[in-house]
Design a protein around this ligand. Structure first.
Ligand code: HEC
Ligand code: HEC
Ligand code: HEC
Ligand code: HEC
Ligand code: HEC
Ligand code: HEC
Ligand code: HEC
Length: 502
C-alpha cells in the first residue's frame, strides 16, 4: 500500500468532531470560546496517553499503559506473568482539567471503563475513581448510556455540543434568526438552572442509585427547556446532610443547599456567576448581590471571596482531585478524605428534588427479595411493561423466592427485548438449571459469554452448570477463564480447586 493511501486512511478514520462547526460562520465568538472549555473537550476520540507502569498493591495487580493499550497481569511465585489481560483504548472521557478516564469498546459494541485514569493533580496515573479496593471491577465495568449522557454530545461519543443547552438546531440552521432556537436566558429561572442540572445534578455517584428516569423516557429524550422532573427523579442518602458528603459532580447539588440560592431562589442560576460559553466565573459574581459584605474598613472586602467561602475540597469519590464546593457558607469546616470510602450504604433513601412518587420511592428502597418487593415490581411493570431492568429485577426476586418456573417467562421476555442483557440471560440460565434443564441453561450461558466475554459471573455459572451436567473439563476451562478475568474471585478459585481434587 502506498503512503498516500495510508494517510488518507488515517485521516478518514473518525475525524474528531468539533463543537459548533455549523454555527461558526455566524457565532465565532461563542464557538471559539466554548471549544476551549472542558465541556467543549469532554471526549477525546484519539487519545495519546503517555506510557507508564503502575502497581496496585490492594489488588496485587500490575498495569502497563503504552500506545493505546492497557495490559494487566499478576506475578506467580516464580515471577512469571499470570492472569494476563489486555484491552485497547477506544476513546477517553474527561478533558483532563481534573482527570481522564479511558474506555474500551468491545467487538460486541459494549463500553468498558478501564481501571487506570490520568489525574492532573498527580501528573500521572492511578486507579480510576471507585477502583481503589482489593476487589475492584478491573476490566469488567460496563458503562451505560447515562455516562455518555453527561459527557457526550450524543449516543455516539463526541464532545458536548451546542444543542445540549440550545435544543434542536435544524429550524435555526435553515432560517437563522432570533426566536427559532432556544435561548436559555428567556426561560424562567428554574428551567434555566435545569439546562445545566441535567448533567450537573448528581446526589451520589456510588452506594445508591441516585436517580431513575420516568417510565417511558429513554436516556437521550431530555430537551433543554422542559422540567427536569418530567424526565428524571432523584434520591439521596438520608444521612447526606449530617455527614456533609462532597463528591466530584456536586456543583448543582451543593449550590442548591446554599443560603445564597435558597434565600434568593428565583434570582440565582448557574449563569449568575458563570459565562456559559467560556465557563469562567464573572468578576462581579458575589458583589452583584453582596455589595456591602465586609465593608467599613474590613480588608476582606477587597479580596477574592472564593478561598474563604467556596474552598476547593477533595471529593470522597475521586480522591486524586480537588473541586470547588458550591455550598457557600460563612465558615467552611471540613477534613479532606485520604482514601475512597467503600463502606456500603444500608440506611434509608429519601426523595430529592421534585416529583418523586410513592412507588418510585418504594422501589428505590428495595434491598431484598420478599413477597412485598415482588408486588412492588409487578406494580411497576404495569406502568412500564417493557422495562428490561424491571423484568430482570423481578426475575431475580422470583429466583430468590425459589419460584424458578415463574421466573422463566419473565426473564425470557427480558432477553427477547434486549438480547445483549447478560444479567437477564444469566438468571434465565439459573432458572432453567435449578429445574434440571441443564441443556437450556448451558445454551443460554454459552450465548451470554459469546455476547459478553468479559462477564466473569456468566463464566462461573457456565462452569457450575457444565459440572452438574458431567462435563468437568469444560467446567475447569470456564472457571479458569473466570479467574483470568477476575483474579480475586474466591468462588471461581474454590470451585476449580474442588474440581481438581474431587
Ligand atoms: C448563517 C448564520 C447563522 C448560523 C449558521 C447560525 N446562526 Fe444562530 N443566529 C443567527 C442570527 C442572524 C441570529 C439572530 C441574532 C439577533 O437578532 O440578535 C441568531 C441567533 C441565535 C441565538 C439566539 C436566539 C434568540 O432567540 O435569542 C442562538 C442561541 C443561536 N443563534 C445559536 C446558534 C447555533 C447553536 C447555531 C449552530 C447550530 C447557529 N446559531 C447557527 C445566525 C446564524
Ligand atoms: C451535557 C451535559 C452538560 C451540560 C448540559 C452542562 N454541562 Fe457543564 N460540564 C459537563 C461536563 C461533563 C463537564 C466536565 C468536562 C471536562 O472537563 O471533561 C462540565 C464542566 C463545566 C464547567 C467547568 C469548566 C469547563 O471548562 O468546562 C463549568 C463551569 C460548567 N460545566 C458549567 C455549566 C453551566 C453553567 C451549564 C449550563 C448553562 C452547563 N455546565 C451545562 C457537562 C455538562
Ligand atoms: C449525572 C451526570 C454524570 C454522569 C452520569 C457521569 N459524569 Fe463524569 N462528570 C460529570 C460532570 C458534570 C463533571 C464535571 C464536574 C465538575 O467539574 O464539577 C464530571 C467529571 C468527570 C471527569 C473529570 C473531567 C475533568 O477533567 O474535569 C471524568 C474523568 C468523568 N467525569 C468520568 C465519568 C465516567 C467514566 C462516568 C461513567 C462511569 C461518569 N463520569 C458519569 C457528570 C457526570
Ligand atoms: C452549557 C450550555 C451552553 C452551551 C453548550 C452553548 N450555549 Fe449558547 N447560550 C447558553 C446560555 C445559558 C445562553 C444565554 C446567555 C445569557 O444571556 O445569559 C446562551 C446564548 C447563546 C447565544 C446568544 C448570544 C449570547 O451570547 O448570549 C448564542 C448566539 C449562542 N448561545 C450560541 C452558542 C453556540 C454556537 C454554541 C455551540 C458552540 C453554544 N451556544 C453552546 C448556553 C450554552
Ligand atoms: C455564586 C457563584 C457561582 C454559582 C451560582 C455557580 N458557580 Fe460554579 N464556580 C464558581 C466559582 C467561584 C468556581 C471556582 C472558580 C473557577 O474554577 O473558575 C466555580 C467552579 C465551577 C466548576 C469547575 C469545577 C470545580 O469544581 O472547580 C464547575 C463545573 C461549576 N462551577 C459548575 C457550576 C454549575 C453547574 C452551577 C449551577 C448549578 C454553578 N457552577 C453555579 C461560582 C459559582
Ligand atoms: C443572586 C444573589 C447572590 C449571589 C450571586 C451570591 N449570594 Fe451570597 N447570599 C445571598 C442571599 C440572599 C443570602 C442570604 C442573606 C441572609 O440570610 O440575609 C446570601 C448569604 C450568603 C452568606 C451567608 C451564608 C450563611 O450560611 O449564612 C455568605 C457567606 C455568602 N452569601 C457569600 C457569597 C459569596 C462568596 C458569593 C459569590 C461566590 C455569593 N454569596 C453570591 C445572595 C447571593
Ligand atoms: C479571609 C476570608 C474571607 C474573605 C476573603 C471573604 N470573607 Fe466573607 N466572611 C468570612 C467570615 C469568617 C465570615 C463570618 C462572619 C465574619 O467573621 O464577619 C464571613 C461572612 C460573610 C457574609 C455573611 C454576612 C456577614 O456579613 O456576616 C457574606 C455575605 C460574605 N462574607 C460575603 C463575602 C464576599 C462577597 C466576599 C468577597 C468580596 C467575602 N465575603 C470575602 C470570611 C471571608
Amino acid at each position: 500500500m502506498n503512503a498516500v493511501l495510508w494517510l488518507a486512511l488515517a485521516f478518514s478514520s473518525e475525524a474528531m468532531p468539533r463543537p459548533g462547526e455549523a454555527c461558526r460562520p455566524c457565532h465565532a465568538a461563542q464557538v471559539d470560546a466554548f471549544r476551549k472549555t472542558g465541556m467543549g473537550r469532554s471526549i477525546d476520540l484519539q487519545p495519546a496517553p503517555s506510557s507508564a507502569t503502575f502497581y496496585h498493591r490492594r489488588s496485587n495487580r500490575h498495569y502497563e499503559i503504552s500506545g493505546k493499550r492497557i495490559v494487566r497481569y499478576q506475578s506467580d511465585p516464580q515471577g512469571r506473568r499470570v492472569n494476563v489481560l489486555e484491552k485497547s483504548i477506544s476513546f477517553a472521557i474527561g478533558s483532563g482539567n481534573h482527570a481522564i478516564t479511558f474506555i474500551h469498546q468491545t467487538p460486541q459494541g459494549r463500553l468498558l471503563e478501564l481501571p487506570l485514569s490520568w489525574y492532573r493533580q498527580l501528573s500521572g496515573y492511578a486507579m480510576s475513581p471507585g477502583y481503589d479496593s482489593h476487589d475492584h471491577p478491573d476490566f469488567r465495568r460496563e458503562i451505560s448510556g447515562s455516562c455518555l449522557f453527561c459527557h457526550s454530545a450524543g449516543p455516539k461519543p463526541a464532545p458536548i455540543d451546542c444543542h445540549r443547552c440550545h435544543g434542536p438546531v435544524e429550524a435555526h440552521l435553515q432560517a437563522p434568526a432570533k426566536g427559532n432556537i432556544l435561548n436559555p436566558v428567556r426561560l424562567e429561572p428554574r428551567r434555566q438552572l435545569e439546562v445545566c442540572l441535567q448533567c450537573h445534578l448528581e446526589t451520589n455517584s456510588r452506594g445508591i442509585q441516585d436517580s431513575v428516569r420516568r417510565p417511558g423516557r429513554d436516556v437521550w429524550s431530555f430537551r433543554p427547556g422542559e422540567p427536569l422532573s418530567s424526565y428524571k427523579l432523584y434520591f439521596d442518602r438520608a444521612d447526606s446532610l449530617e455527614t456533609d458528603r462532597f463528591e466530584i459532580n456536586h456543583a448543582g447539588y451543593r449550590l442548591l443547599q446554599s443560603r445564597c440560592y435558597q434565600a434568593s431562589r428565583d434570582r440565582m442560576v448557574c449563569t449568575t456567576c458563570h459565562d456559559p460559553h467560556t465557563a469562567r466565573v464573572r468578576e462581579d459574581s458575589c458583589t452583584q448581590c453582596h455589595r456591602t459584605a465586609h465593608q467599613s474598613g474590613d480588608a476582606r472586602a477587597g479580596q477574592s471571596c472564593e478561598p474563604c467561602h467556596m474552598p476547593r475540597r477533595v471529593p470522597v469519590d475521586a480522591v486524586h482531585t480537588v473541586m470547588t464546593d458550591h455550598k457557600i457558607v460563612r465558615r467552611p469546616r471540613f477534613t479532606n478524605p485520604k482514601e475512597e470510602d467503600h463502606r456500603p450504604y444500608t440506611g434509608p433513601v429519601v426523595p430529592y428534588y421534585e416529583g418523586v412518587d410513592p412507588l418510585s420511592l418504594a422501589l428505590a428502597q428495595v434491598r431484598d427479595a420478599t413477597r412485598e418487593t415482588e408486588a412492588l415490581y409487578r406494580r411497576a411493570l404495569l406502568r412500564e411493561p417493557d422495562s428490561v431492568p424491571l423484568l430482570a429485577a423481578l426475575g431475580k426476586i422470583l429466583l430468590r423466592l425459589e419460584r424458578p418456573q415463574e421466573a422463566v417467562p419473565v426473564l425470557q421476555k427480558a432477553v427477547q427485548l434486549d438480547p445483549m442483557h447478560t444479567d437477564s440471560r444469566t438468571y434465565l440460565a439459573i432458572a432453567h438449571a435449578v429445574q434440571g434443564g441443564h441443556k437450556e441453561a448451558i445454551a443460554q450461558l454459552r450465548r451470554a459469554v459469546a455476547d459478553n466475554p468479559d462477564h466473569s459471573l456468566a463464566w462461573i455459572n457456565l462452569g457450575v452448570t457444565l459440572e452438574a451436567a458431567g462435563d468437568r473439563k469444560g467446567a475447569w476451562k470456564a472457571y479458569t477463564e473466570a479467574i483470568r478475568l477476575q483474579p480475586d474471585s474466591a468462588e471461581a478459585r474454590r470451585r476449580r480447586a474442588q474440581l481438581t481434587y474431587k
